[in-house]
Write a protein that binds this ligand. Sequence first.
Ligand SMILES: [Ca+2]
Length: 394
Amino acid sequence: MMAESFARSKWVFLFMLIFAHFSTITLAEDGLVANGDFETLPSNGFPRGAISDQPTEIPSWRTNGTVELVSSGEKVGGGMLLIVPRGMHAVRLGNNAEISQELTVEKGSTYAVTFSAARTCAQMESLNVSVPPASQTVDLQTLYNVQGWDPYSVSFEAEEDKVRLIFRNPGMEDDPECGPIIDDIAIKKLVTPDKPKENAVVNSGFEFGPWMFQNVSLGVLLPTNLDEETSPLPGWMVESNRAVRYIDSNHYAVPEGKRAIELVSGKEGIISQMVETTPDKLYSLTFSLGHARDKCKEPLAVMAFAGDQAQNFHYSPDSNSTFHVASVNFTSKAERTRIAFYSIYYNTRTDDMSSLCGPVVDNVQVWFSGCSRNELQVLLGLGIALWAYLLVLV
Ligand SMILES: [Ca+2]
């Protein structure tokens, strides 16, 4: 009897152990990471006023160096008002300071990290975002909009089930009150969409991309990304120094679906993709060219590249629609053809004259449009031969 109950309790214990083990593996869900908005109350309360000597406790995060929890409405030494992107609190990273958090992810998957950042001083400020060994430094020098902060997205491929997401200020400024402010950190597991049969472009409508907060109207900036395998915008690269803006239909006019790209950096903001083509065939690149209805000052125009073809297109305003379709014909030269877009002009909004904006590109398609000249000659030859044959018969 004793032995039996002992055996039973042993099983119960084993079962509980297994259950406890599995319950600790909770994969990071799409959206804010734990205390990603820095609104969780620290055990000793939110710090008040200027930089304290005590290291700041930030729930769910590990810190290193001078990391401050800043509050909305707070001022720094020079009397400058600190920018808190959303909510009441955010963090500021001092020289070489960092915050990090461990995330449980799916090994081998690609994740996009979305975060909001603001610079505090006019100096060169940047932010290094890493999930070792992946690391990317985002330049915060350019102010893309008048509010002084912007959401950004970078991506990484998970090499382990547990990874550490690190934000570090690589700067060494003289003024200790300088250093980027970050807020609203979210992640999203990316899926690469299947390529439709008749279109060679992956993620042609930009519907697959990084996390966007429903109530943030600034879109998400996509900085330089030369690795098409690990891109926050699956299939696409941003092969320029400056960013392009990923926009949503909740806040912008989007030609098709819920997402599109706004080219906000003139010739310095280029998106591209290498598409699969069959050499020596005629193709058409078609895309929607639009206005985001964000008070962007016209004229709006893009330069579209497809293989060795480059053509510019001006957006022509139409009272019935916010976009029209443009196309470029090209003959493929290889098994991969580069398609790319940039904005010809540097546009700003008419209301504040300084927020950057530009033409919208969406629904990019590359489709087989016919035979090459050589093949046409062969067909023509065959046609003539057929006619000759028929004439002989008659
Ligand atoms: Ca779209």
